[in-house]
Design a protein around this ligand. Structure first.
Ligand SMILES: NC(=O)c1ccc[n+]([C@@H]2O[C@H](COP(=O)([O-])OP(=O)(O)OC[C@H]3O[C@@H](n4cnc5c(N)ncnc54)[C@H](O)[C@@H]3O)[C@@H](O)[C@H]2O)c1
Length: 335
């Protein structure tokens, strides 16, 4: 299969590309490098520098190549920023997704995988969270993913476009070659590891009075390679129809447990300071992945938090300042 991966220079997309190529697929990456890194793109993937807002770029790309499927990772991804810049999220994420989908339909490409999110479930009633849970997006970011899910449902009915929407909880971990390098970084594990690398002097724990076992938020961390595997299984199942899955380990860890595990893995004391709750952070977000277990036989290969953090630590130690910039100007995260 020839697969177009938007956002394939980003964290999750680059690992999925690595895994697709390892499994013998042909891959083209489209990325504007606003967050991604040219060096993260597997050398056997074709790379197009371009923006999804540019319909002409998309038309040119689709008329020159024949794609069998599209995996869509490219997105604005920051929940907090989306509360301050709703148009960038509800606007750009939706319009860019529509540009891509319209070009696909115009060129007869009918298989699509969407990176959706746990931010659809800001007020879960039942933990672990199943696909049957009520959808209450927690931010304009979550809303943008939900709108795309609904659009996909119509495109399936009208054009027979088969899609899988994968609602990830917290992606984490790394392969030996590819890891997490965001600017700004907002995710807990890489932030904790930057303390262990000596790049930050402490980690702030946002909220210590939640109704959880140690008062800090509980989140579900899924290894990025397990996510990659789920994408490939979902892609292969599309012939049998569209589908939506929640994707996590089903295991929840508190912020304090993550920090403690990182201390054990790195041998660094990782000082932590207590801070106030952040608005909109639900106390517990843990996925039920029963549906994808049952329907696709997906099983996480790296469910243990220690293994997830170890893989991230190995990558961060090998790339303490992230990926080198393409123009040779040096690493972006130079302190
Ligand atoms: N990281 C997580 O824990 C997590 C959880 C749930 C959902 N997601 C979703 O997974 C996807 C990937 O997340 P990530 O953490 O790898 O993010 P990322 O920022 O590392 O990757 C996104 C990539 O898309 C590119 N991009 C952004 N806008 C673009 C545009 N208009 N045109 C072309 N390229 C563009 C960026 O340069 C970047 O390489 C996103 O859609 C995100 O919403 C991530």
């Amino acid at each position: 299969m020839h697969i177009l991966v938007t956002g394939g220079a980003g964290y999750i997309g680059s690992v999925v590309v690595e895994e697709l190529i390892r499994q013998g697929e042909r891959v083209t990456v489209l990325d504007n490098l606003s967050q991604g890194h040219r060096a993260a793109v597997h050398p056997e993937a074709a790379f197009y520098l371009g923006d999804l807002s540019d319909r002409e770029t998309l038309r040119t790309l689709f008329s020159r190549q024949r794609f069998d499927a599209v995996m869509h990772f490219a997105s604005n991804t920051l929940v907090g920023e989306s509360m301050e810049q709703p148009f960038k999220y509800i606007g750009d994420n939706v319009v860019n997704g529509l540009n891509l989908l319209r070009t696909m339909v115009e060129h007869g490409v009918h298989r699509f995988i969407l990176s959706s999110t746990a931010n659809l479930f800001s007020q879960p009633v039942q933990i672990p969270i199943a696909e049957t849970e009520s959808i209450v997006p927690g931010s304009p970011y979550g809303e943008s993913k939900f709108i795309l899910e609904r659009i996909l449902d119509w495109l399936d009915r009208i054009y027979g476009l088969r899609y899988a929407s994968l609602r990830y909880f917290n992606a984490a971990g790394a392969t030996s070659e590819r890891g997490e390098d965001h600017d700004p970084e907002t995710h807990l594990i890489p932030l904790v590891l930057r303390v262990a690398l000596g790049q930050r002097d402490h980690i702030t724990v946002y909220g210590t009075d939640y109704p959880t076992r140690d008062g800090t938020c509980v989140r579900d961390y899924i290894h990025v390679l397990d996510l990659a595997q789920a994408h490939i299984l979902a892609l292969r199942a599309l012939n049998e129809g569209s589908r939506t899955y929640n994707l996590g380990n089903g295991l929840g860890y508190t912020v304090r447990e993550v920090i403690e595990t990182a201390r054990q893995v790195t041998g660094h004391p990782i000082p932590a300071r207590d801070g106030a709750r952040r608005p909109g952070d639900p106390p517990v977000l843990v996925a039920s992945s029963d549906k994808i277990w049952r329907e696709l036989g997906w099983r996480p290969r790296y469910p243990a938090l220690r293994d997830i953090i170890q893989s991230a630590w190995d990558w961060h130690r090998a790339h303490p300042y992230g990926y080198e910039d393409e123009d040779g100007s040096g690493p972006r995260n130079t302190p």
